[in-house]
Write a protein that binds this ligand. Structure first.
Ligand SMILES: Cc1ncc(COP(=O)(O)O)c(C=O)c1O
Length: 451
């Protein structure tokens, strides 16, 4: 093999080829600026083909919790690739899947012990919805065909996930494809929110009314616990999440926690459900599961849910599969990633990041008018206007471009500016991001004054 790069793969040609052949997610190709060609990444830093550094302050869509190209994860992946890269998971099993399932069951609260593997956050939720739906069919309750979900919830891109995310603003063209979902109010909150108890009370009254009237037709409630992500980094209190989960259980509904975004330390605990102090019937995990290395997700069910699928009739099994279910490479990296949480005392690092975020927001509030400042674990957010706005927002877009030009991967959602860095971030890198935010806000402020 020739080690010299061929002419047509030299970096200068790559962007032209990207433009000719690639179709990027969430991208209007007619108007968006060219993306950088990232050729290397380490820790919190991405490097483009010209050697420019971009700090990945949102962990590449919230995935790489341990940062990029971690030596321990790299080694685990190499070792596993030399033994077993893949084997189908129906009719076969293998050590990485078994060890990871055991480790997850031990880490999760209650009897969340049955791990169903799939490929991404959307499929993890799709699977949870299907398990919940069939759970009732297996018990002869065919009328439980509806789901309950929160306003502005986002659960992914497959049709079932879109259905429970109806109204989040991304899927309006596809409404006719979706199944029936009852939407209930979501009382979101921020630092020093004086009205939160009142908002929660009103929401709980509404939710209880819906459960009283339609509980018998509902298969499950699906929740993004403690934070709605794509809906605008909207936080909720553990007290509310606890009350709504308990209420659903009292009305005999299953509860699905979509911890795709918040799982693996984001909120300050390994799982949000630990912070809430309650065990859902099903939990969905992805993103941080493999620390961004490989696409994998899990839907973990309680023993009680699993038992309803045990039957002499093969059709009562959960007849769902994906080609790459429980890929050994992904399972190995996920297992190592989980071990690293203990080995490197990652929760302590997250507590430190949280305190840095709080200090920064306190200072920022004295310099600029910002709205709904909020911090939870490694997540910091605030709004630049007293409204949420759509996913795309002129000021948000302008800031994103500014951050990007200044070596920061920070992508506001609507009016919400947020950071969700990898846990290996240094204080120096955090300070660079904080300064970038101050400079970006100054620019917007100056533009407003000039207008
Ligand atoms: C809460 C939540 N659920 C599900 C998903 C979908 O995950 P994926 O993009 O891996 O399909 C996301 C993605 O951002 C998410 O934030």
């Amino acid at each position: 093999m020739n080690d010299t790069p061929e002419k047509d793969v030299l970096p200068s040609n790559l962007l032209a080829k990207d433009k000719r052949y690639c179709w990027h997610p969430m991208t209007q190709h007619k108007t968006e600026p060219d993306p950088p060609v990232i050729v290397r990444a380490v820790g919190a830093s991405l490097y483009d083909e010209n050697g420019n550094e971009i700090l990945d302050m949102i962990s590449s869509w919230w995935t790489c919790v341990h940062g990029h190209s971690n030596p321990q994860l790299n080694q685990a992946l190499i070792d596993q690739a030399q033994n077993l890269e893949h084997v189908m998971f129906a009719g076969f099993t293998h050590p990485p899947a078994i060890k990871l399932a055991e480790k997850l069951a031990q880490a999760l609260p209650g009897d969340l012990n049955r791990v169903f593997y799939s490929d991404n956050g959307s499929t993890a939720n799709e699977i949870a919805l299907k398990i919940a739906y069939q759970y009732w069919i297996n018990q002869g309750q065919h009328q439980r065909t509806k789901f309950l979900a929160f306003e502005k919830a986002y659960h992914g891109e497959t049709v079932g996930a879109m259905s429970v995310g109806k109204g989040c603003g991304f899927f309006d063209d596809f409404e006719d494809l979706m199944f029936e979902v009852d939407k209930v109010p979501y009382p979101y909150t921020w630092n020093d929110d004086k009205n939160i108890e009142e908002k929660e009370r009103t929401a709980l009254e509404h939710i209880e009314k819906t459960m009283k009237q339609h509980g018998n037709e509902i298969a499950a409630l699906i929740v993004e616990p403690l934070m709605q992500g794509a809906g605008g980094l909207r936080f909720s209190r553990p007290e509310f999440m606890h009350a709504v989960t308990k209420m659903a259980h009292d009305y005999n509904l299953l509860v699905i926690y979509d911890e795709v975004a918040v799982g693996f330390g984001r909120t300050g605990r390994l799982f949000a459900c630990e912070k809430i102090g309650i065990t859902p019937d099903l939990i969905c995990l992805s993103k941080g599961l493999t620390s961004g290395y490989l696409p994998m997700s899990v839907t973990v069910a309680t023993d009680d849910v699993y038992d309803v699928f045990l039957n002499d009739d093969p059709d009562r099994a959960f007849l769902h599969s994906h080609s790459f279910t429980a890929n050994p490479l992904a399972c190995t990296v996920a297992l190592k990633s989980l071990e690293m949480f203990e080995e490197h005392k990652i929760l302590d690092k997250i507590a430190y990041i949280e305190s840095c975020h709080q200090d920064f927001l306190s200072t920022l509030q004295t310099q600029f008018q910002i709205f709904m400042p909020r911090v939870m674990g490694s997540i910091m957010a605030f709004n630049i206007a007293d409204e949420e706005g759509a996913y795309k927002n002129e000021n948000g877009e302008c800031l994103r471009e500014y951050f990007f030009q200044n070596g920061l991967n920070i992508r506001p959602i609507g009016n919400a500016v947020y950071l969700m860095p990898p846990f290996c971030i240094t204080k120096d890198q955090l300070d660079r991001a904080y300064q970038g935010i101050i400079d970006g806000l100054s620019l917007i402020h100056q533009a407003k004054q000039a207008a």
